[in-house]
Ligand binder design. Structure first.
Ligand SMILES: [Zn+2]
Ligand SMILES: [Zn+2]
Length: 256
């Protein structure tokens, strides 16, 4: 299963997974024009895109949805509560023939993948992480969460490719310019993951199959690529997992 981060961070998120001539995107935080441009940069065919899974209704994950709905024939995979929240926020209706309902905690078949949605602790109505499986390959996209829950551990169990948030360095956040309210939100149990939180997961998860870790949703204000990478590398030092960093402004391609 190939993976590409098309954009990752608080200004917009969009991930892509590919199996042969099928591509599924995760999150609509990147404009249609930028999706097209970044697909060309990584050498993937735009016409292979079959659908898009949406994790939650925050702007950096849905902003392009109205345009994507109008200008593509993709299916959109999201939970009923997130669908309702997205429709209210963006003043759109996702028609039934374009909607693939996802239930948090259960799985569905969206060819060629089996997809499982796991609940996330985050301040949105029904936020989820997605785990994709096919032909013994597995990949999960887990961003926007305040702490490592039991469901997150389950989502990671025996995983091959993990895309995981590593949002902030705690000291940088505390010393930084954000308002006390915003700092408290990010630090809360339903905010975002620190480098340390992420390292804690990597150190304790079942890494027997893990060969790729993508650190995602890094804060441009409160983190540094070297800090995030060093923290994850230390946690993974006994494994063969390769680490890379998803970027806000450039696509990053991982071929299997
Ligand atoms: Zn986000
Ligand atoms: Zn969010």
């Amino acid at each position: 299963m190939d993976y590409a981060s098309l954009a990752s961070g608080s200004k917009g998120n969009c991930h892509a997974i590919r199996h042969k001539d099928s591509i599924l995107l995760v999150d609509a935080g990147l404009s249609l024009r930028q999706i097209e441009r970044r697909m060309i940069l990584i050498g993937w065919d735009f016409s292979f895109i079959k659908g898009m899974a949406i994790t939650h209704e925050h702007n950096d994950h849905i902003s392009a949805l109205p345009v994507l709905l109008r200008n593509t024939s993709w299916k959109f995979l999201l939970t009923p509560l997130t669908k309702k929240a997205v429709e209210l926020k963006l003043h759109i209706i996702i028609p039934d023939n374009r909607w693939v309902p996802v239930e948090s905690g259960s799985q569905l078949k969206f060819d060629p993948w089996t997809i499982r949605a796991f609940p996330l602790p985050h301040d949105a109505v029904d936020p989820v992480a997605f785990r994709f499986e096919n032909e013994d390959r597995s990949l999960a996209v887990i961003t926007d969460l305040g702490h490592i829950s039991q469901a997150v551990r389950q989502c990671c169990d025996g995983l091959e490719t993990l895309v995981i948030e590593s949002n902030y360095d705690e000291q940088m956040l505390i010393d930084g310019n954000y308002t006390p309210e915003l700092k408290a939100r990010i630090l809360s149990k339903v905010g975002h993951l620190s480098n340390e939180d992420t390292a804690g997961l990597l150190k304790t998860m079942n890494t027997s199959c893990l060969n790729r870790v993508v650190l995602a949703h890094l804060s441009e204000e409160n983190n540094h690529v070297d800090l995030a990478r060093a923290s994850a590398a230390l946690a993974l030092s006994d494994t063969r997992a390769h680490i890379c960093i998803a970027e806000q402004h450039n696509p990053v391609l991982l071929s299997s």
